[in-house]
Design a protein around this ligand. Sequence first.
Ligand SMILES: [Zn+2]
Ligand SMILES: [Zn+2]
Length: 128
Amino acid sequence: MIRRNTIQKNLILNTVHDLKKHATADDIYNIITQKQPSVSKATVYRNLNILAEEGKIRKIEVAGGPDFFDYICEKHFHVRCIKCGQIFDVELEPFPELKPSTRNSSSMQFLDYDILFKGICSDCQETN
Ligand SMILES: [Zn+2]
Ligand SMILES: [Zn+2]
């Protein structure tokens, strides 16, 4: 059982890496079932979240939409096309001097931040 789980997990990890783009769990599931029809959607979803927690892939949470998964694990930012919903990488240095504080007196332990830009991708610009 453990062996089978490891094979499935590696298959899911390799699929995210081979895609070389930002994909939703549904996208990844559709590709995996072409190779391994027996893998369930729940297995794909569960393993994607485990891999993200382990830092092997990166999960991008998008408000009002499905999560995306990214093979690039280093800190980087994204832009989302408002027309087609695709996610692209953004070239932007992280801000080492960012020092947030809360407005009220409650103390907050800040852990991380994400920036999601909005834009219109080149494909969608052409179809305007
Ligand atoms: Zn687009
Ligand atoms: Zn990315």
